[in-house]
Design a protein around this ligand. Structure first.
Ligand SMILES: [Zn+2]
Length: 545
């Protein structure tokens, strides 16, 4: 069906040069036949030519109309260049708004680029298809990957944050560069090295501040590439390094990291009321009773060494003489033996339960009913607890040994701010520091360091470093020596507001993009999608992208 063309002329990509001849409507598209009306100029020498050589028809996709795709059949002409000095003999006329090598108009290619930037290749192609822009995922990605030259030169950064990001964790790393004032990614480098960072910095003379991690790599790159810039060690990385030092210190003291009493067995949680809290309460009561007993023991031994008779001791402290004698003879504080518990009744039926379990009966209620018929008088809960270990091997009852705490766990207790400790963690910390006295010292050092970073005074940093070096805790002292070597950057971390916090945020965004593309995206694509969106004018492209 033919439509009147007059009012449609104005919506062509370049109505000054393009002349609409016909419009045809099909079920799924409009087809526009268009010709060019201009004086053609040779792209080589720029001289006008009137010598027609030939013509051909270009098929271009344009913005959709009313949910239908639009195809333009553009009749372009070839001309001979009559300039004797020109290399070119024959040229094709160029039309503004129509890129010479794409099968899309510039304005459509720009939209494809934007959708691809936001959504990625395949999702972008699907979305575009729904909007009547039919294109392949490869094309979408090709549009996104065309590098834009505009961003960096138009708005060079003054304050730069640099960090690494993992292509493959533990194997290959890249570098991300963030403008800390504009809050945007400035550039992405495919590798992590002092040389590449140095080379990049040399192109950016305006940078005055560089915030970086504590690896010597970026420090070295910054020193060589931008010697005048102030380097700032990232506060988060400083705390991270200190935490690692604390963990190493606790590893050296791992034999002290034991709790005096076995922890509540995990399977108690099968009971109905909150058993965890109850057991912790019981434990702390137990601990208090033990402490009272220990104090009394100390008094008895003290009086004994002063030359008091057992009778005098017994009378003055109101302790039975038998006990006094036993304690004096023991030579050391006699710990109470753990109460001997009768094995639960359910153990009589252990063999039967195991056989039934292996036969496939995993229903505790059913098992309970079965052994009740055989004379079991206990409750269902005992049966459930008995089989819980089979259901989940991690829940097996631990044997009654002092519970060991890993250095990592202890380091968390040692570094967490007091306000963030739960009551349970506080209790654990108290118990642990009784066995490992250095834990409290470490905790104080970490708290003080956090305070140094918070208060922003360089003097307090010096005081802290001195204390740390004389703390007698090797790894922390070495950490302080490390701060000395990197002193100006660490001082800047204390005294300036700059940190790599937003760089970490940008790395998270990068990871999301990487995974959204199933980790298969190459560097140019990843870079294009991590950098802020930059429009691209496809018309002046002189080579196929
Ligand atoms: Zn020419």
């Amino acid at each position: 069906m033919a439509l009147p063309k007059s009012h449609s002329q104005s919506v062509l990509p370049n109505p000054r040069l393009l002349v609409l001849e016909t419009i045809e409507q099909f079920e799924d598209r409009f087809l526009l036949t268009v010709r060019v009306q201009q004086v053609p100029l040779c792209p080589e020498c720029g001289r006008a030519s009137e010598s027609r050589h030939s013509h051909y028809v270009r098929r271009l996709q344009d913005l959709p109309w009313q949910g239908l795709s639009v195809q333009i059949h553009l009749r372009v002409r070839r001309f001979r260049c009559r300039n004797p000095d020109c290399q070119r003999r024959v040229f094709t006329e160029r039309v503004e708004g129509v890129p010479p090598y794409l099968r899309q108009t510039s304005r459509l290619a720009e939209i494809v680029r934007l959708v691809g930037y936001v959504a990625g290749g395949l999702p972008g192609a699907r979305l575009l298809a729904r909007l009547a822009i039919l294109t392949s995922d490869d094309t979408v990605l090709r549009r996104v990957k065309v590098p834009s030259s505009a961003t960096l030169s138009s708005n060079p950064p003054d304050v730069l944050g640099v960090d690494d990001w993992a292509w493959r964790k533990g194997h290959t790393y890249g570098t991300i560069l963030v403008d800390l004032e504009q809050h945007c990614v400035v550039d992405l480098l495919p590798c992590r090295s002092a040389e590449s960072f140095e080379a990049w910095l040399k192109e950016q003379p305006r940078i005055g501040v560089i915030s970086r991690d504590r690896s010597g790599l970026y420090a070295e790159g910054a020193r060589l590439g931008s010697p005048a810039a102030m380097q700032v060690a990232d506060r988060f990385h400083l705390l991270l390094n200190l935490s690692a030092a604390v963990e190493r210190a606790l590893e050296e003291r791992s034999r002290q990291l034991q709790l005096p009493f076995p922890a509540p067995p995990p399977h108690v949680s099968l009971a109905q009321d909150s058993p965890q809290a109850k057991t912790t309460r019981q434990d702390s009561l137990k601990q208090q009773r033990r402490q009272r007993r220990l104090d009394r023991y100390g008094q008895v031994i003290g009086l004994y060494h002063q030359g008091c008779s057992q009778r005098r001791i017994s009378e003055s402290l109101e302790i039975e003489r038998k006990t006094v004698r036993r304690w004096i003879r023991a030579g050391q504080f006699p710990e109470r033996k753990p109460p001997r518990q009768r094995p639960p009744q359910v153990h009589r039926f252990a063999e039967y339960l195991q056989r039934r379990w292996e036969e496939g009966c995993h229903n505790a209620t059913r098992l309970f009913q079965e052994i009740r018929l055989q004379g079991y008088r206990g409750g269902r809960g005992m049966v459930a607890r008995h089989v819980a270990g089979w259901r989940n091997p991690a829940q097996v009852f631990p044997t009654a040994r002092p519970q060991k705490i890993t250095p990592k766990h202890a380091a968390i207790l040692g570094t967490k701010p007091a306000a963030q400790l739960t009551a349970e963690q506080q209790l654990l910390l108290d118990q642990l520091s009784a066995k490992c006295p250095d834990l409290l010292g470490l905790r104080k050092l970490v708290g003080d360091f956090r305070e140094v970073l918070r208060c922003g005074e360089g003097q307090s940093l010096l005081v802290w470093m001195k204390n740390a070096k004389h703390s007698g805790i090797g790894p922390v002292a070495r950490f302080a020596v490390g701060l000395e070597k990197d002193f100006s950057a660490v001082l800047a971390a204390v005294e300036t507001p700059w940190s790599n916090g937003q760089v970490e945020g940008q790395i998270n965004r990068l990871k999301t993009l990487k995974r959204q593309m199933f980790g298969r995206a190459g560097f140019p694509l990843l870079r294009a999608r991590v950098l802020p969106y930059a429009p691209f004018d496809f018309t002046p492209v002189s080579q196929p992208p």
